[in-house]
Design a binder for this molecule. Structure first.
Ligand SMILES: Cc1cc2nc3c(=O)[nH]c(=O)nc-3n(C[C@H](O)[C@H](O)[C@H](O)COP(=O)(O)OP(=O)(O)OC[C@H]3O[C@@H](n4cnc5c(N)ncnc54)[C@H](O)[C@@H]3O)c2cc1C
Length: 388
């Protein structure tokens, strides 16, 4: 079994794989470019497949997450004018033994980080390169810092430096949509506990409200935009969002007005086409670095938790590193590709399905009915992860 691993990126995926390896007695050190652990998003949904993996890695953690977040029991879809289009109650627990949970990103990150010794997280370490031979891998960071380990895991997100060094496939693809999100302590008579409410307009704009528990609410908005119009200042961003959603029914206006401009996160929505392999010698990828997807199905972090569980299992049980990484890819690629493609289809992203027989097969699998897809997605059982 390998003894020392460097993980680049202390996002949700990097922290989770570090915990999983640490629990198995592997020296897992996390290197993060930021000077503090900052939440990249505002809040997120964790669903049964992700929760099952977190529970398998840290028994008892899902009780903590349930206390810290809010279980969604109702989904409501409205027109931008406020008229209800559809309403559906949610009960995933009966079928999948775990709920749909909404949680503040910062709280989840804190809970994960607290499961690792603080000395295992190294801040101000921006990875710039690596070099490997058949005995070890040397990882280079800004400021002439280096570490030498047996395995490097690139968990450094959508713009992964590890992926660039390994594959060099350039910038991610902009999906033609900008997103804005914020968390605030807020209440409004139209926002109910345990509810996710989405509002939509024919021009492609959407605005969602998520109860995150403890008096916190997240709003998340998106609009089609041909370029990436990143604003200069926080107040410019807030004014732009107010302008974009000016005619929308309450509580849209009220909640934007109540949000501190500095708390609004603006982000272009991007993805990359699926990779045919994401490991090379002593380096592999995890989470968004391996399989970034547009966030329609809310699966980016959930699949990173699956990656973390499976990679740690294979590293502990396979006879050697090469077999462990081959098993990891073989198990993770088909599943994450289907989810990437399903997201892409729903977002009208082109995947050139007719260019490769393989991709065409994946497209077919990704287009099953919503019910079948949900069962396959949420019914994931971590204990069945095998090198099949
Ligand atoms: C609008 C939106 C909504 C979303 N909602 C959901 C949701 O509800 N549920 C869900 O499951 N997913 C959701 N996602 C997807 C989710 O945010 C990502 O899939 C998830 O954050 C991926 O985790 P990660 O650890 O792979 O990467 P990241 O979270 O991006 O973390 C990467 C880390 O690496 C660090 N880093 C980057 N480069 C370097 C470097 N060179 N050296 C060192 N460190 C580096 C970064 O600072 C960061 O800390 C959403 C995404 C968006 C855009």
């Amino acid at each position: 079994m390998i003894k020392k691993v460097a993980i680049v990126g202390a996002g949700l995926g990097g922290l989770t794989v570090a915990i999983a390896l640490h629990k198995k007695g592997i020296n897992a050190q996390v290197y993060e470019k930021a000077s503090f652990l900052r939440p990249i998003g505002a809040g997120l949904s964790i669903v049964p497949n992700g929760l099952h993996c977190l529970e398998a890695i840290v028994p008892g953690i899902t009780d903590l997450l349930k206390q810290a977040g809010s279980e969604t029991r109702m989904l409501t879809l409205k027109k931008s004018t406020g008229e209800i289009i559809a309403q559906k109650s949610v009960n995933l627990i009966d079928k999948y033994s775990q709920p749909m949970l909404q949680i503040r990103w910062s709280r989840l990150q804190e809970i994960l980080a607290s499961a690792l010794p603080t000395e295992n997280i190294h801040l101000n370490y921006r990875c710039i390169n690596f070099e490997q031979n058949d005995k070890s891998i040397k990882v280079y960071f800004d400021g002439n810092k280096t570490v030498e380990v047996e395995l490097l895991i690139g968990a450094d997100g959508l713009n992964s430096a590890v992926r660039q060094t390994m594959i060099g496939d350039g910038e991610p693809r902009y999906a033609g949509r900008m997103s804005w999100r914020a968390v605030l302590q807020y209440s409004h008579e139209m926002l109910h506990p345990d509810e996710v409410m989405s509002m939509t307009a024919p021009d492609g704009k959407i605005f969602g409200f998520f109860d995150l528990g403890g008096g916190y609410i997240m709003w998340s908005a998106a609009a089609l935009s041909p370029g990436k119009p990143l604003k200069q200042s926080a107040s410019d961003i807030k004014s732009y969002v107010q302008e974009k959603f000016a005619n929308w029914a309450e509580p849209v206006q009220a909640i934007i007005k109540a949000t501190n401009a500095e708390d609004i996160i603006e982000r272009p929505i991007c993805d990359r086409p699926p990779l045919s392999n994401w490991s090379q010698g002593r380096v592999t990828l995890l989470g968004d670095a391996a399989h970034p997807m547009v966030p329609l199905l809310g699966q980016g972090a959930n699949t990173a938790f699956e990656d973390a569980w499976e990679l740690s299992q294979f590293l502990c049980h396979a006879p050697n590193l090469a077999t462990a990484l081959a098993c990891y890819e073989k198990s993770r690629q088909p599943r994450t590709q289907i989810i990437q493609i399903r997201n892409a289809v729903q977002a009208n992203r082109a995947y050139k399905a007719d260019s490769e027989v393989y991709l065409r097969g994946m497209m077919e699998k990704a287009q099953v009915s919503d019910r079948e897809f949900e069962e396959w997605l949420y019914g994931y059982n971590p204990s069945l992860a095998t090198c099949g």
